[in-house]
Design a protein around this ligand. Structure first.
Ligand SMILES: [Zn+2]
Length: 460
């Protein structure tokens, strides 16, 4: 312990000496300090332990809001703001499903976020299995009358999480597509790369003018069992889902700042989302993102002189069921021209391998040296521009704010995502700290520069 404290002191001294000389040297010192800094782990451990799961509209979300204010205060952030907004919320009740025949078997399921409940006595019906979502879409209208549609399309494991978009559409839109064809309920194979029986939830939406049918996800082995049974003959399943909704729930976006030393009105907006699904403790989704961005900004705030521009960390309050991006834009409309850049950490704690900057920025003279700062932690500066800054920055992006994206290794992310397995033990401290190092170095270089990302884009 004494050795690491000495090392911290040495790196602080280095950053102090390097500051005047060269932003890249300061960024490199921040990187080194971040690799052993305990802040991110402390934040993710404390949030997941003291608050637990954080669904919008729950008492836990109120505790999370208070936790956020205290955390920003304790870590030395200033201009702490709690911005309230209202939105509908959905709360899970008791859920169960079982095979009725050819033999009884209890299935592992979880209701999709915002599903309607079944009648209290449940829904029992014969299933029709589709091995792909495309096969469901190809089924004629009326062909599923009275049946439970089951879609068993697997998710592809990929470092960048590309499999999520492909498989996710069956979760988001599947219920209405099945209902159009006459189905009384929808079961999908979890959007998961795990072989665990735990099922994975996530938001769904109903199309207008289509009957709303209940929808749930099956554990991967359970989906495969139904697939094999249905190939042999008729299968009957009983599904019971309960839930309650509220048309208007209070939610909050909470922010704190590291004030800029020369141009404090120019703001870089970063953060993660404070809300989570109700299963697990939301350690990877997204207490890790909260911890990474908070710790990176805090390290920069500890420097003897702050960078020229302001860093603002936002803990967005309703990502999973939507609403925080729109609320943030609405509250900051007038400030948009002064928001230099926005980005969110929302892909767990797997290590960063690439930084995607706004169009033209990778070659900007102000960021000369950034690539060398990132090399020791095995991060590339991508030549491709960032396409998205994360779900909670979409509103800002649509309003013209440039975005950045630190790409993380998501190979394991969808083993855990939106399931009971999203817990603290899955966060690897060294990987978490590598994220902090990457964010701190990139943010410092950008915050201490005068780079105008909008002008770079227009120059193309
Ligand atoms: Zn998330």
């Amino acid at each position: 312990m004494r050795i690491s404290l000495l090392a911290l002191a040495a790196s602080l001294a280095l950053s102090s000496a390097a500051f005047a000389a060269d932003p890249a040297a300061t960024a490199a010192a921040l990187r080194e300090k971040a690799l052993t800094d305990p802040t991110a782990w402390t934040v993710v451990e404390d949030l997941t332990t003291t608050v637990g799961p954080r669904p919008v509209g729950s008492p836990a979300m109120t505790r999370a809001k208070d936790w956020a204010v205290k955390t920003f205060t304790d870590l030395g952030f200033t201009d702490i703001k709690v911005e309230e907004f209202s939105k509908p919320s959905w709360t899970r009740g008791a859920e169960s499903a079982s095979i009725v025949g050819p033999y009884p078997f209890k299935l592992s399921i979880i209701g999709l976020g915002e599903t309607v409940p079944t009648p209290a006595k449940g829904i029992e019906a014969e299933i029709v299995v589709f091995k792909t979502y495309a096969a469901l879409l190809a089924a004629p209208v009326g062909s599923l009358t009275g049946k439970i549609a089951v879609v068993t399309q697997p998710m592809v494991r990929a470092q960048d999480g590309a499999g999520y978009g492909v498989a996710g559409v069956m979760r988001r839109n599947g219920a209405s597509e099945a209902a159009k064809r006459g189905a009384v309920a929808l079961l999908i194979r979890s959007i998961s790369t795990s072989d665990s029986r735990l099922a994975h939830t996530g938001i769904m939406r109903y199309a207008a003018d289509v009957p709303k049918i209940p929808a749930a996800a099956l554990g991967v082995p359970d989906a495969e069992l139904l697939e094999r049974l249905a190939a042999r003959g008729p299968v009957r399943v009983k599904l019971s889902l309960a839930s309650t909704t509220s048309a208007k729930t209070v939610a909050w976006n909470i922010s704190g700042e590291i004030k800029g030393s020369a141009k404090p009105e120019e703001v870089i907006v970063i953060g993660g989302h404070l809300d989570s699904w109700d299963v697990g403790t939301g350690a990877v989704d997204d207490a890790s993102g909260i911890a990474i961005t908070t710790a990176a900004a805090k390290l920069i705030g500890d420097l003897p002189t702050h960078p020229r521009r302001t860093l603002r960390v936002v803990m967005w309050g309703s990502e999973e069921s939507g609403g925080s991006s729109e609320a943030y834009l609405a509250a900051h409309k007038d400030e948009v021209p002064n928001i230099v850049l926005a980005g969110e950490s929302d892909f767990g704690a797997g290590r960063v391998y690439s930084v995607m900057l706004p169009q033209g920025a990778a070659a900007a003279p102000q960021l000369k040296g950034l690539a060398d700062v990132m090399t020791p932690i095995s991060v590339l500066i991508s030549r491709d521009p960032a396409r998205s800054g994360g779900a909670d920055t979409e509103g800002l992006q649509q309003a013209g704010v440039p975005v950045l994206s630190l790409r993380q290794d998501g190979t394991r992310y969808f083993d855990l995502h939106h399931s009971e397995d999203d817990t603290l033990d899955k966060v690897v401290p060294a990987e978490l700290n590598q994220n902090v190092a990457a964010w701190a170095a990139v943010l410092y270089m950008i915050a201490d520069s005068d780079i105008d990302f909008r002008a770079l884009k227009d120059a193309k």
